[in-house]
Design a protein around this ligand. Structure first.
Ligand code: SAJ
Length: 411
């Protein structure tokens, strides 16, 4: 079985390597010629734990190569981006163009799998008609399914193998072929359904998480106004066997949660857009805290520019937006994992008026309050993740401010 993977991004490349490492011939395709060249030379620009070694192993098997012109093969797996435009409408142009390329080389007996996250109905109403321009009929001449990726940056290898998968085939034969394909490396269960249910379930997963984080953020704002601490309240409420309040924070980043809920809704009304608004609004809260506690033109050290803990991924990170809003300040950025910001922590906080913790990276837990305060000019420490030891910082002389707690009440 020869497999083509279209899109060598954070899902496509590890997926291609999964098959290559299990003895299948895999060719990866990408419009980025640089990426293609690098894959063919065994050069991989990834930070994910264990992934580099895994990709190198795949390269060394001789089973993994890359190209920019698709050729006939047995299975095509589409792992291209599906962004939203500036009015939150899905942009399916990469999926459409991947479909066009496959159409040119599609043969009887092929299997086409769409992994990219898409609005419900895309496999049946967008991809299938494009592929049928080949003159072949879906379900009769070739098989087609949607199998959404479900992994988290930081845990890609583990989750690719261990997570359960959903295969939404256009008919029973497509479902079975999809199941057979993924059972090559998936150790979790593989559930079969129709394509639209598979598409919806992927979006429901991320929307569920986004809405639940929005509720935690709403609680944080309410707790501030009641003069109490959301973090303490949350621990108490979570004692209930059927309650699991997520953590508030400076907002929701990454390439999934800020985007995927928009694939489910049309327009701005209802719970889902409201949750998006609440999560996007949290960064304004952080901005207010900084501005209320730091003189104009002061130095603000922002710790954590990734979108979440212990990852180098900085897509849609709350810190990016914060920088935009702090144009009146001298802003210094630090992140141990994000290449552009991984300078010296001491230099970042030296002479700072305010230190803002944006991401709970494991490295920051070792910061010694007295040492940091000695380097700083001011003493304001804003913790947006409830990660620092408040007592230790206060004992060392910091004005420690916790997002969602009474000290932060902003009126
Ligand atoms: N966050 C909070 N509070 C929390 C949990 C997370 O503010 O209690 C923030 C994080 O800091 C981050 C954002 O939410 O900015 C998203 O992080 P995440 O860990 O919730 O999720 P992602 O975006 O890294 O990965 C999600 C996962 N989906 C679910 O957990 C339902 C993953 O399984 C998906 O494969 C991925 O989206 C995707 O690619 O769609």
């Amino acid at each position: 079985m020869r497999i083509s993977v279209l899109g060598l991004g954070y899902i496509g490349l590890p997926t291609a390597a999964m098959f290559a490492n299990r003895g299948y011939q895999v060719v990866g395709f990408d419009i980025d010629e640089n990426k293609v060249d690098n894959v063919n030379k065994g050069i991989f620009d990834v930070e994910e734990p264990g992934l580099l070694a895994f990709l190198r192993d795949a390269f060394n098997t001789g089973n993994l190569s890359a190209g920019n012109m698709l050729e006939p093969c047995d299975v095509f797996i589409i792992c291209v981006p599906t962004p939203i435009d500036d009015v939150n409408k899905p942009d399916l142009s990469y999926v459409e163009s991947a479909g066009d390329q496959i159409t040119n080389v599609l043969q009887r007996g092929n299997l086409v799998v769409l992994e990219s996250t898409v609005p419900p109905g895309t496999t049946l109403n967008v991809l299938s008609p494009i592929l049928e321009k080949s003159g072949l009929t879906a379900g009769k001449d070739f098989d087609l399914c949607h199998c959404p990726e479900r992994v988290m940056p930081g845990k890609i290898l583990k989750e690719l193998t261990e997570n359960h998968r959903i295969v939404g085939g256009i008919d029973m034969k497509s479902c079975e072929r999809g199941r057979e394909l993924y059972s090559v490396f998936v150790e979790g269960d593989i559930y079969i359904t129709d394509p639209t249910t598979a598409e919806f379930s992927k979006l429901a997963e991320n929307t569920y998480r986004d809405v639940n984080i929005a509720l935690a953020n709403e609680f944080a704002k309410l707790c501030e106004s009641y003069g109490i601490d959301v973090w303490k309240m949350r621990v108490l409420a979570n004692n209930h066997p059927r309650v699991d309040i997520l953590k508030p924070g400076p907002g929701v980043g990454g390439h999934c949660l800020p985007v995927d809920p928009w694939f489910l809704v049309n327009g701005d009304s209802g719970l889902i857009p409201k949750a998006r608004e609440i999560n996007e609004g949290m960064i304004r809260r952080v901005e207010k805290l900084i501005k209320a506690n730091t003189r104009g033109n002061g130095v603000v050290a922002v710790l954590g520019t990734a979108y979440k803990a212990n990852t180098e991924d900085a897509r849609n990170s709350p810190a990016d937006k914060l920088v935009e809003y702090l144009s009146d300040f001298e802003v210094r950025l630090h992140d141990p994992y994000v290449k552009k910001d991984n300078g010296d922590l001491e230099d970042t906080v030296r002479n700072a008026d305010t230190v803002v913790l944006m991401v709970d990276h494991r490295d920051y837990i070792d910061m010694v309050p007295a040492d940091i305060l000695e380097l700083m000019k001011g003493n304001v420490v804003i913790d947006t993740r409830n990660y620092f030891d408040a007592t230790a910082w206060r004992d060392a002389g910091a004005r420690y401010i916790l997002l969602g707690a009474c000290e932060t009440a902003l009126n």
